[in-house]
Unconditional design. Structure first.
Length: 134
């Protein structure tokens, strides 16, 4: 079964429907590439998915290892390259300070986060800089 259905709505906008849940996301082309920038661009979704995956995989790890994860927040800044147009760099900030993990757990969390499925799926040409706040 397919994961998602993507429909072109015109005006460089798409509607993406997650088939299992029915959740919808709109995308627009970014303003620097002929779009209105009124919604996530497809490359914004890649950048967002990267951080979301990191936080999710940390949560899974904590559940599997009986570690309390109170919360976490992340921010991502995406830089585009041209020739060819692609994501050149992600700057990621993860604030996990509310968890009060010791240094050994922090090291394990970093290893787990940086091995998330999205991180392992993107081009090696994309630079990723991550700052962790513990």
């Amino acid at each position: 079964m397919a994961t998602a259905r993507i429909e072109y709505l015109g005006g460089l906008r798409t509607k993406c429907t997650h088939l299992k849940s029915g959740t919808e996301i709109l995308t627009d082309a970014p303003t620097d590439n002929h779009g209105k920038g009124e919604a996530f661009s497809p490359t914004d979704l890649v950048a967002t998915a990267y951080v979301s995956c990191m936080i999710s995989i940390i949560g899974i790890y904590c559940n599997e290892h009986n570690l309390e994860m109170v919360g976490g927040t992340g921010e991502v800044t995406k830089t585009m390259a041209s020739g060819p147009r692609r994501i050149e760099r992600l700057e990621i900030g993860l604030d996990l300070s509310m968890n009060k993990w010791n240094e050994e757990i922090q090291k394990r969390i970093v290893r787990v986060a940086e091995a998330c499925p999205v991180a392992k799926s993107v081009s090696e040409l994309m630079k990723v800089d991550i700052v962790y706040i513990f």
